[in-house]
Design a protein. Sequence first.
Length: 207
Amino acid sequence: MSIPNLPVNFKDDILAASNVKRKYRQTTNDDSTVSFEDVTNYSQEGSEFGAKEVNQTNGAINNIYNERILTLEEAALVTEPGFFVDAQVITELNGNNYELDESEDTYESERIWYKKYNNGLIEYWGRCSSPAQVTGGQGFATINFPVPFKDMNYIVTATAEYASSSTITFETSVQRNSTSRAYVYARTNTGIVTGAWIQWEAKGYWK
């Protein structure tokens, strides 16, 4: 967007020292009306400022308003300088900023990483081993979320890592136990997988 280069060299009238006030000469016209002529002495004559200059200024302001960026999607399409961004876009952009932190899984002493966004979104990822816990013959790994989700409407996915030549692949499944805990199960057709690592991710809202 082109930005008009409006003049910034306007000057005021400055009266000469010989004038205390402005001076005008009155002339009587043929139709009995009178006209006034400025006969003041100036040390500096001021600039003209009329409808043309006002229209230029107002036009530039209107152009800024009409062409301003209103969404992040519009901002992504901009390929030239000169556009102004609405404050709501800045608010949305700030809302997508995040704090990167890491916390330790309290059960397995394994590392959990997460991105906690200001707009309420939180993303977790990490690794867990199987079986990390066995209850009634059912092996599963426990994931404890340092920052709980606000409700159970979060998702968890798990992917098996290569374990060994004898257990090249195995099935994984996840269970959302609460807003602060999930379980990861690892199985083959012969039973529980032991000594294997699983990569997992979880995503939802913390507020």
